[in-house]
Write a protein that binds this ligand. Structure first.
Ligand SMILES: C[S@@+](CC[C@H](N)C(=O)[O-])C[C@H]1O[C@@H](n2cnc3c(N)ncnc32)[C@H](O)[C@@H]1O
Length: 386
């Protein structure tokens, strides 16, 4: 069988033939990750603009080279890209694909990502960690390697661990108790961010979440790294836990690494379940996302509609507190049918609360309103129909 030809963004690549997308394919390529790569191009470009100087990028898990080749071709102000992979066949194709696209400033490397990052410490402005499954084995080396004013991009596809379907793997890999709930994907992204923040803290490196999302089968974080013990110590005040009541859906973020953890739900008396430690600070930077939105207008992107929808949603939810309320779940608890989401949003806005849809869940809202008020609105709406 002939190699497969793929066109994505401004480039084309070839990969060896494969039957289905899997880690067992001779060289890994997943078309579903086009959205991830498109967003990465925008996020790294936005970072480069803010830094206002040429940048070097390390694509530590290069696969076919599609990501690194796109970074080199599509991002302005890139002085060099290193595409690395442990597999000799992947490296062979990455080299071919760089040539196919006439890329001059790209170096191909075959190494274990941890060794590469340690050997080339302080060399990269952007490090992209896009492994199979968990990134947890590589965050330590990224922490050691990254310099001040750099960007760390991290993908995790072990969402069942981060979301709490299986709790032990989350404890082992992320040193955190997951919290299975209607907002478990948000908890998962926060556990991942918290894990990176705590891992980098020992190198006196502070993380700021510029953009984050959970889409399809993966979670993705873009973290700005700065150096300094004081700023790092201050940033760790964003760590905390979430207490959740499975019976009445009450939830409470608990700030700090040693907070007082209530045992019983203050509303219904049920035993609370606890998730964390996790990052309870901001998960989106509004200015950074606005910049990405402007860039999305300028650049040619196949997934433009999805990109704009996701970025706008993340922009709306940027300033709202942790966790969200699934209107269907609350309605089920009240044993009534769910009202249109827009009705709940408008009523909360009339009351003066901040409220937004969330990219995590189409039937949910993020708000600073209390659960009791949301329940009242749902009940009143249903009564008004009788
Ligand atoms: C999910 S794929 C990368 C996909 C690629 N970034 C893309 O956007 O298409 C993970 C890659 O990591 C490589 N890999 C696995 N373990 C590695 C390690 N320890 N160091 C470097 N590369 C590794 C695999 O060979 C595979 O190509």
């Amino acid at each position: 069988m002939n190699d497969k030809s793929i066109q994505e963004g401004l480039i084309k690549i070839t990969v060896p033939p494969f039957d289905k997308v899997s880690a067992q394919a001779p060289v890994f390529y997943n078309p579903v990750m086009e959205l991830n790569r498109d967003l990465s191009v925008l996020a790294i470009q936005q970072f480069q603009r803010e830094l206002d100087q040429d940048i070097t990028i390390c694509d530590a898990f290069g696969g076919s080279g599609i990501r690194g080749v796109r970074y080199s071709k599509e991002i302005e102000g890139v002085s060099g890209v290193v595409v690395n992979d442990i597999s000799s066949l992947a490296v062979e194709f990455a080299r071919k694909n760089a040539e196919l696209n006439d890329i001059q400033n790209l170096e191909v490397s075959q190494n274990d990502a941890n060794l590469l990052l340690r050997h080339r410490r302080g060399e990269f402005d952007v490090v992209d960690i896009d492994p199979f499954g968990t990134p947890s084995f590589f965050v330590e080396s990224a922490g050691n390697s990254l310099k001040s004013d750099s960007l760390l991009c991290v993908t995790a596809t072990d969402t069942s661990a981060l979301c709490g379907t299986y709790k032990e793997p989350c404890i082992r890999k992320y040193n955190a108790m997951p919290l299975k709930s209607e907002y478990c994907h948000e908890n998962g992204v926060r556990i991942l961010a918290g894990f990176v923040a705590m891992t980098l803290a020992k190198y006196k490196k502070r993380v700021e979440v510029k953009f984050s999302h959970s889409s399809e089968h993966y979670m993705r974080l873009y973290l700005k790294i700065s150096k300094g013990s004081k700023i790092t110590d201050d940033s760790l005040k964003n760590m905390g836990f979430v207490a959740h009541c499975r019976k009445c859906l009450f939830r409470q973020p608990l700030m700090g690494l040693a907070p007082h953890i209530p045992q019983e739900c203050p509303v219904c008396g049920e035993k609370l379940v606890i998730g964390g430690p996790m990052w309870l600070g901001s998960m989106q930077d509004s200015d950074f996302i606005r910049g990405m939105l402007e860039l999305a207008e300028e650049k040619e992107i196949n997934t433009e509609k999805k990109v704009l929808k996701l970025l706008n949603m993340c922009l709306y939810e940027a300033t709202l507190p942790p966790t969200f309320y699934d209107i269907h779940k609350i309605s089920k608890k009240l044993k009534i049918s769910a009202p249109p989401l827009i009705t709940v949003i408008e009523k909360l806005e009339e009351d003066g609360f901040s409220v937004s849809r969330t990219h995590y869940q189409p039937t949910a809202i993020k708000t600073d309103a209390p659960l009791e008020r949301i329940e009242e609105i749902i009940s009143e709406y249903m009564q008004s129909l009788q």
